[in-house]
Design a protein around this ligand. Structure first.
Ligand code: RIB
Ligand code: CA
Length: 324
């Protein structure tokens, strides 16, 4: 099993990660945060999955955002275009028809890698020293689960899986019981939550505290940079859905919480608890059943976050995006 992260070791070397995503405005901001933080994070590659919008759009969006960062070529690998067993559910109602509605983004010049995302994940984990690569899923867990099923030997080689998904006190955002990333592919989530790798989970309970506001969006717009302008306009577009649904509190920056934790884990608090996935009941399909109060003897398998320092989060995000 992978060794716990050695903080001294990490201070001297950036953490090697693979970002698995379904851009999505919040995925895009997470990508920019990671690429703007080379002293903390080394992005070995970006793998893409169908989720917010179909795969042909999420892979195009991922390539376009990596180019927008302007931090040098980042290999982007297309992965699974549908969940393991179910029909794909998408979220154009939140992210727009392109998945990145808001500002126009130039067509990417960099080509998609020819290697399948699942093969890239397996090959990277087998090549890199055991316990030195972190997986950062920001969308449905289909690619990660497919890699684990195809190559069970990689599970003990994973340093950590730090993912955005699930909910407990916040309950669901796509159904009354389930959060979107888990709901789209609950069988994949079940495989990941049972795989034995150290899990860090950013549920809606914490991402709904990472809310944009007019002043926070103004800070991006006032940078006078293309990246700052794009983040501001994505946030403007992205927040309209959540404001209409939850009332005027701004847009939750779900996926950037994953990357922010890698850089400043002190901004977050949570509990190491048991979390299991509902895969049978149609009523509660995709629910993350989190034993937050320790009422069962189920083995803890995840560091499940409950709170973040929102001002500290936005200060970090603003400082890093301003670098691009
Ligand atoms: O429920 C929020 C999650 O679903 C985020 O990752 C968002 O990008 C969508 O994928
Ligand atoms: Ca996402």
């Amino acid at each position: 099993m992978a060794q716990p992260v050695n903080q001294d070791e990490q201070m001297s070397h950036p953490r090697k990660i693979i970002i698995d995503c379904d851009p999505g405005q919040d995925d895009a901001i997470a990508l920019l945060l990671a690429l703007a933080s080379p002293e903390d994070i080394s992005v070995l590659g970006v793998t893409v999955v169908a989720g917010n919008v179909p795969l042909h759009l999420t892979e195009r969006n991922a390539r376009a955002v990596c180019e927008l960062a302007g931090t040098g070529p980042i290999p982007v690998f297309a992965g699974c275009d549908a969940p393991l067993q179910r029909k794909l559910v998408t979220a154009e109602h939140v992210h727009g028809a392109t998945g990145l509605d808001g500002p126009p983004l130039p067509e990417p010049q960099q080509p998609l890698e020819t290697t399948h995302a699942v093969d890239f994940i397996i090959e990277t984990l087998r090549r890199e020293p055991s316990g030195t690569v972190t997986l950062c899923p920001l969308g449905p867990l289909t690619n990660i689960a497919t890699a684990l099923r195809r190559a069970p030997d990689i599970a003990p080689r994973i340093q950590e899986i730090v993912l955005m998904g699930g909910a407990y006190f916040e309950v669901g955002n796509i159904t009354p019981a389930a959060e979107f990333n888990i709901y789209v592919d609950p069988e994949a989530a079940d495989i990941v939550f049972r795989c034995g790798a150290p899990l860090v989970v950013m549920p809606l309970d914490v991402t709904h505290k990472a809310l944009t506001s007019p002043s926070r969006i103004r800070a991006f717009r006032n940078m006078g940079t293309t990246a700052g302008q794009m983040v501001a306009e994505w946030a403007d577009f992205f927040e309209r859905f959540d404001i209409a649904k939850y009332g005027g509190n701004g847009a939750p920056l779900h996926d950037p919480c994953v990357i922010a934790w890698l850089i400043r884990p002190d901004l977050f608090t949570g509990r190491h608890i048991n979390v299991e996935i509902e895969t049978r009941s149609e009523l509660t399909l995709g629910m993350t059943v989190a034993d937050w109060w320790g009422v069962t003897d189920r083995t803890p398998n995840a560091l499940f976050m409950g709170h973040l320092d929102a001002d500290g989060f936005f200060a970090l995000l603003t400082e890093r995006i301003a670098r691009l």
